[in-house]
Design a protein around this ligand. Structure first.
Ligand code: ADP
Ligand code: ASP
Ligand code: MG
Length: 412
């Protein structure tokens, strides 16, 4: 008997009709002889609706109460799905994060899972029950409800799979696997049969929202076999594993596995800063004190004993960062502060980059052939990212997808 953790995202449980379909699927899964643990998200749009309600009351709501509010969406779906399973004669039990208990730290809105008590779940499984767990939520040591960050149900599923030593953690969603890039932007994107944890981690951290980054981290750390599949169609999906190749097949791997993009960035530049030791700290210290995360950073070569300093932040933090930077500019006697929130980051990712030269120049040429101006560049061992104007996002992604032959070589 295989033990499966099967997670269904918001669009997969978006209507009562869809919840009924998921109940059929879980019923079949159990009938086939599997132990089944389901993890569900809130119905699509629900978490956004709850966040908007909070925003109408306060721009900075109390974090504890915010988590109490936004965790309610998942409580609705676990109850409805369990009822639908009962209607099929399946013995099912719903659990909130606190009921399980999924113990987290106390960082509200972005809590980390510390420990999972699997006693009740093990006993349910022994009794042949289907377990239905609310994704995205946990409880801290003082009994406060916490949430795991947007997209956090993926992480709940992987953490449960690790705790229960499940045979596979299956993430069912509205696409039938991980694609070479978001199929909503590039219709020629191809489903990958496999992708390595390392590449998936980069893709997730560079903006591919198909899996929450923490879920990938967790699966890699505890070696949880992780698969992304369609909720509505049959198919093998995409397996995320340490080994990229399908057993028995000896084929050259593509140099680039995928393209990720992030629409949530904004860039800020402080011009004419005195080029003296400590200047980077003087600029970024107050930004980090304000709890603003900085992504890319560039400091130009100093000329005339002054330099320019550019960095990117999340678009939600743009106004706050701009205000702080203007204060810093006055304090350090800089010339000017400029900013741009209509930018995006596009990245190519692939472990094959390690052993291939010329990938960056190929990327830059492809973009230049389309007259797309690169505003910033950053590289690491298996990725190259560029910041470009927002209006070129679709063109940039499609251009790179074609330039690296992803439509033809994606399947292994
Ligand atoms: P769920 O509600 O099931 O958690 P998400 O919206 O979080 O679903 O994730 C699925 C979406 O991720 C897809 O609809 C797709 O638009 C997007 N996506 C982004 N990058 C990729 C990619 N490389 N492969 C597949 N889907 C991607
Ligand atoms: N409902 C939560 C969200 O919308 C968690 C999830 O769907 O994974 O972010
Ligand atoms: Mg998701």
């Amino acid at each position: 008997m295989a033990l499966l953790v099967q997670k269904f995202g918001g669009t997969s449980v978006g209507t009562v009709d869809k919840i009924e379909k998921i109940a059929d699927k879980l019923f079949e899964s159990q009938k086939a002889g599997n132990g089944v643990v389901a993890v569900v998200s809130a119905m699509s749009g629900e978490t956004n609706r709850l966040i908007e309600l909070a925003r109408q009351i306060s721009h900075e709501p109390n974090a504890r109460e915010y988590d109490v509010l936004v965790s309610t969406g998942e409580q609705v779906t676990i109850a409805l799905l369990s009822m639908a399973l009962h209607a099929r004669g399946v013995d099912a039990r719903s659990y909130t994060g606190a009921q399980v208990k999924i113990l987290t730290d106390d960082s509200h809105t972005k809590a980390r899972i510390m420990e999972i008590d699997d006693t009740a779940m093990q006993s349910d499984l022994e009794h042949g029950r289907v377990i239905v767990v609310a994704g995205f939520q946990g409880v801290d040591k003082n009994g406060n409800i916490t949430t795991l960050g947007r997209g956090g149900s993926d992480t709940t599923a992987v953490a449960l799979a690790a705790a229960l030593k499940a045979d596979e953690c299956q993430i069912f969603t509205d696409v039938d696997g991980v694609y070479t890039t978001d199929p909503r932007v590039e219709p020629n994107a191809r489903r990958l049969d496999r992708i390595t944890f390392e590449e998936m981690l980069e893709m997730a951290s560079l903006g591919s929202k198909v899996l929450q980054i923490r879920a990938v981290e967790f699966a890699g750390k505890y070696n949880v076999p992780l698969r992304v599949l369609s909720s509505f169609e049959e198919g093998p999906g995409t397996l995320i594993s340490y080994e990229q190749r399908t057993e028995g097949k000896i084929m050259e791997q593509p140099v680039i596995s995928g393209i990720a993009f992030n629409r949530d960035e904004a860039k800020l530049t402080i011009l004419g800063v005195p080029d003296t030791p400590g200047v980077a700290y003087q600029i970024l210290g107050p930004i980090s004190d304000a709890n603003i995360e900085v992504d890319m950073i560039i400091q130009n070569v100093g000329a005339d004993s002054t330099t320019d300093f550019t960095f990117t932040v999340h678009r939600n933090d743009y106004d706050k960062a701009l205000k702080i930077l203007q204060e810093i500019a006055t304090a350090v006697n800089a010339r000017e502060v400029v900013g741009d929130s209509a930018i995006v980051k596009v990245s190519i990712v692939g472990v094959g980059m390690r052993s291939h030269a010329g990938i960056a120049s190929k990327m830059f040429k492809a973009l230049s052939d389309e007259a797309i101006n690169i505003r910033m560049i950053s590289t690491s061992e298996i990725k190259i990212s560029v910041v470009i104007d927002e209006k070129y996002l679709e063109l940039g992604v499609r251009t790179l997808h074609t330039a690296f032959g992803l439509a033809e070589t994606a399947s292994d």
